[in-house]
Write a protein that binds this ligand. Structure first.
Ligand SMILES: [Zn+2]
Length: 243
């Protein structure tokens, strides 16, 4: 606990003053660029892996980055999703799984969560993942099945996401994009699902061209130059092709 107390002190003394303008602005409200749904695992840090600041990601976390189908659970997921999409108007939703996920291991190896009845019950919302992997990858090694289950679970939870009225309505209006990601702890690599190729591929860094300058402005840098871009644009540029 001492680590956390010292961390708070460091934040107040060093970090907060350096970002004072940001926090003053955030005190007036939030306008996050995306809803980021991921696992509670302590090794996954959404802001770190997307290089975003406070105020840029609206984050929903639970064991296994699970989204129960609408009406299937009385948890906070429905409210969080509705608030982000219908209340704050986020335009992108990312479901991000990760390597070495304890929930995924528990899904494939029930003995790993023996004595954890709440976890077992929660994982029923990933039963489709378990069955897909059992049928489709039955001849694969455990390591391979865990990796495929992590990816499949992202896709299953994206399907559940579509059952939420706020998501369905925003998708129908063409103002929402869904993305499936997997973060690999040991390499830092983030892969995104490509619906055309039906496979996960590494997210590539894309630096967008700077916005066109008004006629009176001096010439802008060529699009290929490593121009510093606002954090929000940077994060949007990193979002993958929508599912
Ligand atoms: Zn996990």
């Amino acid at each position: 606990m001492q680590t956390l107390v010292e961390g708070v002190h460091h934040f107040r003394q060093n970090v907060f003053p350096s970002k004072l303008r940001l926090f003053k602005r955030l005190a007036k409200g939030q306008q996050p660029i995306a809803l980021f749904i991921t696992c509670s695992d302590s090794r996954v840090n959404p802001n770190l892996i997307t290089h975003t600041e406070p105020g840029e990601l609206f984050i929903l976390r639970n064991a296994g980055n699970i989204v129960p189908p609408y009406g299937a659970a009385n948890g906070g997921e429905e409210a969080t999703i509705e608030f982000a999409v219908a209340g704050l108007g986020v335009e992108d939703v990312i479901v991000c799984g990760h390597s070495h996920c304890g929930a995924i291991r528990g899904l494939l190896q029930p003995d790993a969560i023996k004595g954890l009845p709440a976890v077992a019950a929660w994982l029923s919302h990933a039963e489709a993942t378990r069955r897909i992997v059992a049928r489709k990858y039955e001849r694969c090694s455990l390591a391979e099945r865990l990796a495929r289950a992590t990816e499949q679970n992202v896709l299953v939870q994206l399907e559940h996401l579509r059952t939420h009225p706020s998501i369905a309505a925003a998708l129908a209006c063409g103002r929402l994009r869904l993305h499936g990601w997997v973060y690999k702890i040991e390499t830092g690599e983030v892969s995104a699902y490509d619906p055309d190729q039906q496979a996960f591929h590494p997210v590539t860094t894309v630096i967008p061209a700077p916005p066109p300058s008004p006629p009176s402005s001096p010439p802008s840098s060529p699009p290929s130059s490593p121009t510093r871009i606002p954090a929000a644009s940077r994060a949007k540029a990193k979002l993958s092709r929508a599912v």
